[in-house]
Design a protein around this ligand. Structure first.
Ligand SMILES: NC(=O)c1ccc[n+]([C@@H]2O[C@H](COP(=O)([O-])OP(=O)(O)OC[C@H]3O[C@@H](n4cnc5c(N)ncnc54)[C@H](OP(=O)(O)O)[C@@H]3O)[C@@H](O)[C@H]2O)c1
Length: 314
């Protein structure tokens, strides 16, 4: 018969009733507890990351870009001594005004990263001012979109200057100081396009592949000097300036620049060597490119055929 008959003694009935109540509340309480612990853990990591950059001399190239601005904000609030580089003075001044002084006021430097001959002077100016660089964030880069035959060789070279020769020239100019102090951190803001070739982005993808190759080699060479090299590879960063149409890749896979900046701070604090910020589909694409290259090439090619077909139909 049923356990809820009058034959079951009252205390036992009460115990069963209590267990029922406990079971109903146990799962939500457990979930609440886990999320509470997770939240506390995240907060502690965040505070530790911020304290890791306190008083550090941090150079950010193209500090006025979407990601550059957020990196400036995050490192500034962590108490870093910032050197903000950018190629438009008015935008640098606007950024300066937006950073409410917590501790140090940032130093501003006009820098077009493709102006290779000028980079040595910039490095000298920074080292004369602070005597050292603790963290160099190579964020500046130029983007270009278009079929290979529509991009001039001149533009290909300009992209290579901005995205490869620029960052490596600045890095090489600052390295002797880091090596002599046997400390330092170099971060390259790369892209998933430094890992996989996406059609109509040949020059950009090539320059990002080149940069990641350089910094991967540098990482191994710098280990004996305790200098860490990190590459952060986002997929799409949402732009402040335009809203992508629904269904657009940027909309689906894009992350806010503030989220990427926080990841950069965590990467610096943990000295992580490589970070890939990608949702499952782009992440799978990187693995397919590595382990099943022919499959990857076939998928990309069929994507292009589909695109051309719909363009012809419209
Ligand atoms: N946006 C994305 O989806 C995405 C995805 C993956 C990785 N990334 C990487 O994230 C980093 C930041 O990009 P972002 O999207 O934040 O930039 P963004 O907001 O799109 O801004 C582009 C920036 O590039 C600057 N710039 C162009 N040519 C330059 C040069 N020769 N020297 C110095 N600055 C130059 C522009 O400066 P002016 O305003 O003065 O012209 C502008 O600040 C880059 O390394 C990029 O490759 C971006």
């Amino acid at each position: 018969g049923s356990i809820f008959t009058s034959e079951v003694p009252l205390p036992q009935l009460q115990a069963i009733h209590n267990m029922g109540i406990l079971a109903v509340f146990a799962l939500p309480l457990l979930l609440l507890g886990i999320s509470g612990i997770f939240y506390i853990y995240q907060t502690v990591i965040w505070l530790v990351s911020k304290s890791a950059v306190q008083n550090k001399v941090v150079v950010i190239t193209d500090a006025i870009s979407g990601l550059g601005k957020e990196c400036s904000r995050v490192f500034h609030s962590g108490g870093a001594r910032l050197v903000l580089c950018g190629r438009t003075w008015e935008k640098l001044e606007a950024l300066y005004d937006a950073l409410i002084s917590v501790t140090y006021t940032p130093k501003l430097i006009l820098l077009d990263i493709s102006d290779i001959d000028y980079i040595q002077d910039v490095a000298k100016e920074i080292l004369n001012c602070y005597g050292c660089v603790d963290i160099l964030i190579n964020n500046a880069s130029m983007k270009v979109k278009g079929a290979v035959q529509s991009i001039s060789l001149e533009l290909d070279k300009k992209i290579m200057d901005a995205n490869y020769f620029g960052p490596i020239t600045l890095t090489k100019a600052i390295l002797p100081n880091m090596i002599s102090r046997r400390t330092g951190q170099i971060v390259l803001i790369n892209s998933i396009q430094g890992k996989i070739g996406v059609p109509f982005r040949a020059a950009y993808a090539a320059s990002k592949h080149a940069a990641v190759g350089f910094f991967d080699c540098l990482r191994a060479e710098m280990e004996e000097f305790d200098i860490s090299v990190s590459t952060v590879n986002p997929t799409f960063i949402c732009s402040y300036h335009h809203q992508p149409a629904p269904g657009n890749w940027e909309m689906t896979y894009g992350v806010h620049p503030a989220e990427v900046a926080e990841e950069v701070l965590r990467t610096v604090s943990s000295k992580k060597q490589e970070v890939l910020m990608a949702n499952p589909i782009p992440r799978a694409a990187v693995y397919i490119r590595t382990f099943f290259p022919e499959m990857f090439f076939a998928i990309v090619a069929s994507g292009i055929r589909e695109k051309l077909k719909t363009e012809q139909e419209n």
